[in-house]
Design a protein around this ligand. Structure first.
Ligand SMILES: *Cc1c(COP(=O)(O)O)cnc(C)c1O
Length: 382
């Protein structure tokens, strides 16, 4: 890695408030771990790279062993292209009237899970005179996206005709498991069996793509039989292990400066409705992060942050723009850093517990006011 560079996400805008420090060296280490587990790794950078910055996570993953990128919408894929990323990109969640022509013009691969989607992609291929690279998607037991197994043979037959007509080239078959991380669960056994049957059925229709991918982060870590020729990994790259089996490198640290310090007497009420009252004389500090920045309001009464290396509770509820912290007798000055998440502060999984949600929701929920800053950015990018 080259020397650390720090880049605010919106260059030119000075950073004065909360900052999410993203450790790209940790993203690189996580990427290498997953790349070693699977024949090929597709780095999933949907939802702005799980809230951390899609292009930065993408570039880092690509320079540490990922062979391509996965996103939901064509819009997300085009944003990566506009940022100069030339690696293969697969987009898998689009309405039937999405701009598939723009996707083909930008060489974006498309998941196809229904005859309607296939026809829309074929129309775009005719219009733009470009052959569409598609990944056929089969529903392996989530009842969410992908072709139902019953409809799969017909989808394969029609896709095979479209391939013979030069409109599409099937480059992949994809599925997803409902109980990833629990390889022996009946739903996982059924899901794997459906996927294998779908690959065989496609092959009977002359569709034998190089990429067959079923595993996400949890299955990649726990279920070798689901790995096939490629895994699609997002959460794991940013340090989240949904299977709870593996210690991944932690990537994100949210730090906010103290914006107010006050010593209060016993009985002082804090915030709207005096949700909390000081039982003793104490010192309160204010930090400029609230629920509009993704600090879950429902974590109020439980959440803590780290001030001068010590855990201190958020009191009086999480407000839209700010939170008040009871620091007791800790000496704190205006501008001192408060570690809200990661680093010496509470881990992502603690926040998820306090808010009764997943770490994914905490990360992807961090708001636009929180500046993203990148450490360990490698210069030798594709
Ligand atoms: C989000 C997503 C992934 C990545 O899953 P992780 O658990 O974050 O690794 C893979 N495939 C599809 C279709 C997804 O929507």
């Amino acid at each position: 890695m080259s020397a650390a560079l720090r880049l605010p996400v919106r260059s030119g805008v000075p950073v004065t408030g909360a900052v999410l420090e993203v450790d790209l060296a940790a993203v690189g280490a996580n990427t290498r771990r997953f790349a070693a587990l699977t024949p090929a790794l597709l780095a999933v950078v949907k939802a702005d790279g799980y809230g951390l910055g899609a292009s930065q996570i993408a570039r880092t993953a690509l320079s540490h062993g990922a062979i391509g990128l996965g996103v939901t919408s064509v819009t997300e894929a085009l944003a990566l292209r506009a940022d100069g990323i030339t690696a293969p990109i697969l987009s898998w969640l689009n309405p039937v009237d999405a701009d598939f022509g723009a996707a083909l013009a930008a060489d974006v691969h498309l998941a196809v899970g229904s005859v309607e989607h296939l026809d829309a992609v074929c129309r775009a291929a005719r219009r733009t005179r470009r052959r569409a690279a598609v990944h056929l998607a089969v529903d392996c037991g989530m009842a969410r996206d992908g072709s139902a197994p019953l409809a799969w043979p017909a989808l394969c037959a029609r896709t095979s005709l479209a391939q013979q007509a030069g409109l599409v080239e099937v480059v992949g078959i994809m599925g997803q498991l409902s109980h990833a991380g629990r390889p022996r669960h009946g739903a996982s056994q059924r899901g794997r069996a459906i996927f294998e049957w779908a690959v065989t059925t496609a092959s009977g229709h002359g569709l034998t793509p190089a990429h067959r991918h079923l595993a996400t982060t949890a299955a990649s870590l726990t279920d070798p039989r689901s790995r096939h020729s490629m895994s699609r990994v997002g959460a794991g790259l940013v340090g989240i292990d949904p299977s709870g089996t593996t210690l991944l490198d932690q990537v994100s640290t949210l730090v906010a400066p103290v914006t107010a310090v006050r010593d209060v007497t016993a009985g002082t009420g804090v915030g709207y409705g005096h949700l909390w009252r000081a039982k003793r004389a104490t010192r309160l500090v204010t930090v400029p992060v609230g629920y509009a920045d993704g600090i879950p309001r429902r974590s109020g009464g439980r959440a803590e942050v780290s001030v001068a290396g010590r855990r201190c509770p958020i009191v009086g509820g999480v407000n839209m723009d700010q939170s008040v912290v009871d620091v007791g007798a800790i000496e704190v000055g205006l501008g001192d850093p408060v570690v809200v998440l990661g680093g010496e502060g509470p881990a992502l999984v603690e926040w998820a517990e306090w808010a009764e949600t997943l770490p994914h929701e905490i990360l992807t929920g961090l708001g636009a006011r929180v500046a993203r800053r990148y450490d360990g950015f490698s210069q030798d990018q594709p």
